[in-house]
Design a protein around this ligand. Sequence first.
Ligand SMILES: NC(=O)c1ccc[n+]([C@@H]2O[C@H](COP(=O)([O-])OP(=O)(O)OC[C@H]3O[C@@H](n4cnc5c(N)ncnc54)[C@H](OP(=O)(O)O)[C@@H]3O)[C@@H](O)[C@H]2O)c1
Length: 281
Amino acid sequence: MAERNDVTRRTVLTAAALVPAVMATGTASAQTTRPAQPSNGKVALVTGSSRGIGAATAKRLARDGYAVTVNCVVNRDLAAGVVREIEAAGGRAIWVQADVSDPAAVRRLFDENDRGFGGVDVVVSNAGIMRLAPFRDMTDEHFDRMFAVNAKGSFNVLREAARRMRDGGRIITLSSSIVQLRSPTYGPYAATKAVQDMYAGVLAKELGARNIAVNAVAPGLVNTTLFTDGKTEQQIRGFIGRTPMGRLGEPSDIADTIAALCSGDGAWISGQTIFSNGAVV
Ligand SMILES: NC(=O)c1ccc[n+]([C@@H]2O[C@H](COP(=O)([O-])OP(=O)(O)OC[C@H]3O[C@@H](n4cnc5c(N)ncnc54)[C@H](OP(=O)(O)O)[C@@H]3O)[C@@H](O)[C@H]2O)c1
């Protein structure tokens, strides 16, 4: 586990070094050091929030006054670190290890959340993995795991959210701009993300009467290990060169989008896929 963490951190730093102008703005770190607003009495559960977009979202929602349940599958120390950061800023958080592909583990995740905070108002189904290969080279193992974590895992989380959430809340599931881009090697991964758009559209109609807004957020080219792992510096520079704003997205960019949907201003946005990608598509 320690070895995996080292790899994770090193890879993100390498990617960050490619975009000094982005890091200089410091949006992600500024976000974590700002004190949390007083509790808003609400609770957010964010899957896959030990790092990347999920961690930024957990910290942002905590800053907005939510008590937050952080989730990981293997990187317990990173999840504990996110909780420590939230607490240091004056917020409330717990972390729970649970593999979202396992329905029993997801029930336990919600149980632990309820035990800690008494219920849930916002669920962000963010946990995800990506394995890339042309169709001819994609292995059964990688195909099956992507569908287990991204498609079935998100279903497990959204089903539990539909059963347990308090009325008037928000559900967000993470789609991807790749659903529009349809780039080579992304076939099965993109399919697991297109599923999220469908989930959000249907669940929004099922939960509308309870004033629960459900949306998919579709990021593009975000500076996390999911995007940078397996790509050379030259390839990443190539991607940056094709972005209209000349940079990768940062996890905080996506956290800001999610926070906006969770705010009072997001009440009438439901059943949509919201693209957050700096005009990549
Ligand atoms: N980065 C992008 O450019 C991009 C673009 C479009 C969409 N997205 C989507 O955004 C979401 C987050 O991506 P990211 O870039 O932040 O990824 P990331 O940095 O690789 O982080 C993935 C997170 O998901 C967790 N996770 C993985 N498998 C899990 C499982 N079976 N059960 C519970 N948690 C699990 C990881 O936990 P551990 O630390 O314990 O492994 C980690 O917290 C994903 O759904 C991804 O498809 C990302």
